[in-house]
Design a protein around this ligand. Structure first.
Ligand code: SF4
Length: 684
C-alpha cells in the first residue's frame, strides 16, 4: 500500500524525506510545491541539529524555501519531545509570513499525526498598551476635560481608553482601528521600568501579560531579534531567573546576518534629550497628582520644576556642545575626552533621586510607591550613565562612546551613546552555553564560501556549516554588468554622481523603467535624484525615492505602476520582494563598504589591529560582500524572473578584492558592455 499525504510512517528522517517529496504532505497543502533537493538537505540538517543538540549555520540561497525547511523538522521535534523553540527574525514582514502562512501550513500538515502545534508571536512590549498608565492618564484627562475642551492628544487617549474597555482589541498598537501619534503612544505603552508586573492591579487583564502567559502554552514562539536580545540581557542580568520569554530548548535565527547588531544594540546605553524630558515630565506629573499632589504645595511643585529644569539644562547644554554636525560635519563623532560632565552635575542628578525619596513617607498607594521608587531608580541610572560617559569606562577596550545627532542632522538634538565592541563572549556565555540547539540561517551568511567571519563575530567556532545554492538558474536569468566606462571613475569624488545620473537615465531607457537604484549614502542619492528625476519622468517612467513616502507605500506603488524607477538606501537592499517584470534591473551605485569614520567601526578597527587582524579583510570586505549579495538578491525572486544587475563602482573590476566579491555573487553571466542589459531584460 502506498503512503498517503498526511501519514507519518518510518523514522523521523524518513518522514521529513516524504514530506518534502513531490507527492508528500507539504505538496498536498501547497498548490505550487516543487521538490527541491536543497530544501530537503536543509530540513535534514536542521533535524540533526535539534535531535543531537548542536549549533548549525545554514546559508540557503533565494528560492530554497528555507522557512519550511526549518519549520517542518522543528514541528516534528516539538511533537516528539514536547519542547519549545523560539524563532527570531529581523523583519516584521518575515514574522508575519511565518505566523500567518508558513507555520499554519506546517501545523496543518503535522495535525494529521494527531499533534496540535501551538504557536504565537510576541512583539516588543512597547507595542502593547499599559492599562495602568492608560488608566492614570485617562483619569487626568477626564478631570481636565470637565473644565476645558479636550485637545487632539487628550481625545486620542480617551479613544484608546474606551477601546481598551471593550473586547474587540488585543492591546497591540498595530491593530488599533485609528492612527495614534508616537507622542501619545509613548505615554500609554508598556515599558519595562514602569511595569509593576504581578504587583499591578491590572495584571490579570493586562494585554501584554496575557500575551506572555499564552506563550507558556506554545511550542513555537516567533519574535524579532531586538526582543530576543532584550530577553537575553534581562535573563543574563537576573542569572537566568527571569526574562521576557518562557524557557526554550532550541532557537532558530532567520535573517541571522542581523543578529550581531541586534545584540550590540541591546547592550548599549544612551543619554538622549528624550530620556531627560521623559524623566522631568514624569516627575512633575507625579508631584501634581494623587496623594503626593495633595501633600505638597503649589510653591513646592514650582520649586521642584525649577530644580529639575536647571539640572537637566546643565546636561542638555553639554549635549548640545557636542553636536557632531557642527563639530565635524557628520552625524556622529567619537567621544575622546574624559571629564565631560562636571562631578557636581552628575551628583546633582543623583541627588534628585534622593530628594524625591521623602515622597515615600506620604501615605502612598502601592502603585504610587512603585512609581516613586521607579523614578528614583531612573535618576540613579542616569547619574551612573553620565558618570560612565564622563570617565569613558572601558573605552577602546570593551566599549566605544560617541555623540550622535538625532531626529535629523539639523535638529540640534544630540544623544550620547555607548556600545560594546564585541558580543561574541557574551553570546557564548549567555546563549550558546545555555541553549544547545541553535540554527542560524540567512540567504547571505557566508563570504567566499566561508562562515569564518560569522563564526568569529558570534563566537561559534565549532558550529556545523551548510551552504546551499539557489534553485534558480542565474546564468540564464541574470546578466551582471560592470560598464567599461566606469573604469577610471573615482567613486568618492563629486563627479561620480554625474556619472551615476547619466548611467541611470541610459539604463532606464533600456529597461523601460522597472529598476531599483541602490545607494549607500543619502547625500549622493539626493544629488543624483535631482539630476535624473525630470529626465526619467519625461521618458514616461514614474520616479520614486526613499523618504518621499513610507517604505511599504513606495513599494506598493512601485509594484502597481510596473515601470517605475526607485531610488533606495539601506532598507531597499534587503527584505524587499518584487517578483515579475516590475523589477527587471538593480543598479548598485557603489560597493557597500561600512563607513570608515563611524565611531564603532573606528574603535573596533583599533582592537582588531592590536590582535594582528587586518580590518579591511577581517570586517569591511565580508560586510560589503554580504550586503552586495543582498542587493543583488532583490532581482530574482522566482524561476521565471529575468533581468540585469549593473554595478557602477569600478573597483569590483579593477581592485584585487573585487575578484573575491565577484566570486561570492550568484553565478550570473558577466559583461562589461552596457548594451547587454537591453537583451537581458527583453520582455516576453
Ligand atoms: S502589568 Fe505592567 S504593563 Fe500590564 S498594566 Fe500593569 S504596569 Fe502596565
Amino acid at each position: 500500500m502506498s503512503e498517503q499525504p498526511g501519514e507519518f510512517i518510518g523514522n523521523s528522517a524518513d518522514i521529513i524525506r516524504a514530506a518534502f517529496s513531490q507527492g508528500g504532505i507539504l505538496a498536498s497543502k501547497l498548490g505550487d510545491f516543487e521538490e527541491r533537493p536543497e530544501q530537503l538537505e536543509m530540513a535534514l540538517a536542521v533535524w540533526e541539529s535539534l535531535i543531537s543538540p548542536s549549533h548549525l549555520l545554514v546559508e540557503a540561497g533565494t528560492g530554497t524555501g528555507k522557512s519550511l525547511a526549518y519549520l517542518f523538522p522543528t514541528a516534528l521535534w516539538c511533537r516528539e519531545t514536547g519542547k519549545r523553540v523560539v524563532i527570531s527574525t529581523h523583519t516584521i514582514n518575515l514574522q508575519q509570513q511565518l505566523v500567518h502562512k508558513d507555520i499554519p501550513l506546517v501545523a496543518g500538515a503535522i495535525s494529521g499525526s494527531g499533534f496540535d502545534l501551538r504557536y504565537s508571536q510576541i512583539k516588543g512590549r512597547n507595542h502593547y498598551v499599559c492599562l495602568r498608565r492608560l488608566g492614570q492618564l485617562a483619569e487626568e484627562v477626564s478631570q481636565r476635560t470637565s473644565l476645558f475642551v479636550a485637545n487632539a492628544e487628550e481625545r486620542a487617549i480617551q479613544d484608546i481608553y474606551e477601546l481598551s474597555a471593550g473586547n474587540s482589541w488585543d492591546g497591540d498598537r498595530d491593530r488599533l482601528p485609528f492612527p495614534v501619534p508616537d507622542a501619545v503612544w509613548s505615554l500609554v505603552c508598556s515599558e519595562s521600568d514602569r511595569c509593576m508586573s504581578s504587583k499591578c492591579s491590572r495584571f490579570a487583564h493586562c494585554f501584554y501579560q496575557k500575551h506572555r502567559r499564552r506563550l507558556e502554552e506554545c511550542h513555537m514562539i516567533v519574535v524579532n531579534h531586538a526582543l530576543f536580545a532584550s530577553h537575553l540581557a534581562i535573563w543574563s542580568q537576573s542569572s537566568g531567573n527571569t526574562g521576557l520569554l518562557p524557557g526554550f530548548e532550541a532557537v532558530i535565527f532567520d535573517e541571522a546576518h542581523h543578529l550581531e547588531d541586534a545584540i550590540r544594540d541591546s547592550l548599549g546605553m544612551e543619554v538622549s534629550p528624550g530620556r531627560l524630558k521623559r524623566l522631568v515630565d514624569d516627575t512633575v506629573r507625579m508631584a501634581r497628582t494623587g496623594v503626593i499632589g495633595r501633600s505638597i504645595t503649589r510653591e513646592g511643585i514650582r520649586q521642584l520644576g525649577e530644580i529639575l529644569d536647571s539640572r537637566m539644562s546643565a546636561v542638555q547644554r553639554i549635549l548640545q556642545k557636542l553636536d557632531p554636525v557642527r563639530l565635524v560635519g557628520r552625524d556622529k563623532t567619537r567621544l575622546r575626552d574624559i571629564g565631560l560632565f562636571d562631578e557636581e552635575v552628575v551628583k546633582s542628578i543623583r541627588d534628585l533621586g534622593k530628594e524625591i525619596q521623602y515622597w515615600e513617607d506620604f501615605d502612598l498607594s502601592d502603585e504610587e510607591r512603585f512609581e516613586v521608587q521607579s523614578l528614583r531608580r531612573r535618576f540613579v541610572a542616569l547619574s551612573q550613565d553620565l558618570y560612565g560617559i564622563s570617565n569613558l569606562d572601558g573605552d577602546g577596550e570593551s566599549h566605544v562612546y560617541w555623540a550622535e545627532s538625532v531626529e535629523g542632522p539639523r535638529s540640534g538634538h544630540v544623544s550620547l551613546k555607548r556600545a560594546p565592541l564585541e558580543v561574541g563572549d557574551y553570546l557564548r556565555e549567555t546563549l550558546w552555553s545555555a541553549v544547545p540547539a541553535a540554527i542560524l540561517t540567512s540567504a547571505t551568511l557566508a563570504t567566499g564560501s566561508s562562515f569564518e567571519y560569522q563564526k568569529h563575530m558570534l563566537s561559534l567556532p565549532n558550529a556545523a556549516e551548510l551552504i546551499l545554492g539557489s534553485p534558480f538558474d542565474y546564468r540564464e536569468q541574470v546578466r551582471l554588468c560592470v560598464p567599461k566606462d566606469s573604469r577610471g571613475q573615482d567613486v568618492n569624488s563629486p563627479p561620480f554622481n554625474d556619472f551615476v545620473a547619466d548611467k541611470v537615465v541610459e539604463i532606464a531607457g533600456m529597461t523601460c523603467g522597472r529598476m531599483f537604484v541602490l545607494f549607500t549614502n543619502k547625500k549622493s542619492m539626493e544629488r543624483v535624484a535631482e539630476l535624473v528625476r525630470d529626465k526619467v519622468e519625461e521618458m514616461g517612467y514614474p520616479f520614486m525615492k526613499q523618504g518621499d513616502a513610507p517604505r511599504d507605500a513606495l513599494l506598493k506603488d512601485f509594484k502597481e505602476k510596473g515601470n517605475a524607477v526607485l531610488f533606495g538606501l539601506d532598507s531597499f537592499w534587503e527584505g524587499v520582494d518584487v517578483p515579475g517584470q516590475a523589477l527587471s534591473c538593480v543598479v548598485i551605485t557603489k560597493l557597500p563598504f561600512p563607513v570608515p569614520d563611524d565611531p564603532v567601526m573606528e574603535a573596533r578597527e583599533q582592537v582588531w589591529r592590536s590582535q594582528g587582524l587586518v580590518p579591511f579583510t577581517h570586517y569591511s570586505l565580508p560586510v560589503a560582500t554580504l550586503k552586495l549579495r543582498q542587493g543583488f538578491g532583490r532581482l530574482i525572486r522566482t524561476k521565471t524572473d529575468r533581468g540585469a544587475v549593473v554595478i557602477l563602482d569600478p573597483r569590483i573590476a579593477t581592485k584585487h578584492y573585487g575578484r573575491t566579491i565577484l566570486k561570492s555573487l550568484p553565478p550570473a553571466r558577466l559583461t562589461f558592455d552596457l548594451e547587454d542589459v537591453a537583451e537581458a531584460v527583453s520582455f516576453s
